[in-house]
Ligand binder design. Sequence first.
Ligand code: ARG
Length: 462
Amino acid sequence: MGKMWSGRFSENASSLLDEFNASLDFDKKLYEYDIKGSLAHAKMLNAQGILTDEEYRSIVEGMAQVLEEIESGKFVFDISDEDIHMAVEKRLTEIIGEAGKKLHTARSRNDQVALDFRLYVQAHNEIIRELILNVVETLVETAKAHADTMLPGMTHLQHAQPINFGYHMMAYASMLRRDYERFESSFTRNNLSPIGCAALAGTPHPVDREMTAKELGFDAPTLNCLDTVSDRDFALEMLFNIATMMMHISRLAEELVLWSSSEFGFVTLSDAYSTGSSIMPQKKNPDVPELLRGKTGRTYGNLVSLLTVMKGLPLAYNKDMQEDKEGTFDSVETAEISLTILNEVIKTMTVNKERMEQACKVGHLSATDLADYLVEKCGIPFREAHFITGRAVALAEQKGVDLSELGAEELKSIDGRIGDDVVEYLSIRHSMNARNSQGGTSTQRTLEQIETLQKWLETKRG
Ligand code: ARG
């Protein structure tokens, strides 16, 4: 059988054209959405009197067989069919005859592909959101168990101020909550049905776009058909949302790589999610976080690639737009497996509390607290307090101890205004808990943040 569009052609397509032009190899992933979309379209055509009951019934039965053939692997994908839309329709017509040829009434591949692809993006938006919730839940659980586990908070990767590990986990939970909300808002904005737009201008057939929209789970039909068949914003938003989320994940991944090194030793990744070296028998490598970090790059590439494909295209459909799918599939698959494995890595890692707390004794983390003490308790202006604290740090360095390990007498020898109560102020835990402002690191504030996110999780889990 020749091409479905071969009427005006007198020569057969070259096989080189088929190889270059066809999208079937990758868009066959859309089969279930293509069939679902066709069934909704057929139901509407029947309700509008464009298909008889008999024709509609045979389309439903024929499509069930096509679906079964695809899912059982019996379906023969022939690249000369070009894409999934024509492959499915051709097989349907082979099975049911004449009625199959009526399915494409009031429809074009332009609105058909816009529909199938949007259904795919919306379905995976929901899957990704569920996976994000799982990770947020794990981060919150980890935070709860470690709201009192101290570690050095850093800026410039240098010890800065003591924080707790739960607080650090809650920073990532907050990022992922924003990611979730970005996916959610994209879902809502794009939950509109393209079907019934036909090639670009609508159709003279009396279609009921409200009906197909409802049938397919959309909130309403799109407004303007010319825009609809030209629009890939829904995919671009998905790509941007994934890229941003992967950027967040890559930062956590980087910290996991650092923390699991012998230099830090803050966490131990479970054997089940670590790998060995082919030559060095002693090695245990953090391949999973490294790959999470590495895979982030391709998700940026996929976003820039589709933005570039869409740039400067005249309305409406152009074949360039067939390039929208592979990158989107790749980003979606990358996001889904990344979220799934990240969740397992965090759940199964061991948090080395002692190592973290030991590290807090390096870098004079409570120096700011001494300056604050001098201001608050001794009425010393901050600039002077800063200088006195510098002297105290120098003394600690000279003695080879951390500032928090100096005794009251030693500190008093630097400035007579310092009292005995200074020792308590310089303890690392006191320093952490002193940061009790809203959103701060104190255990109390951390627990408050945990509670807020737990409540949020409950509303999203429904
Ligand atoms: N395979 C095409 C794509 O993925 C389907 C739409 C083709 N439409 C057309 N007018 N050639 O974009």
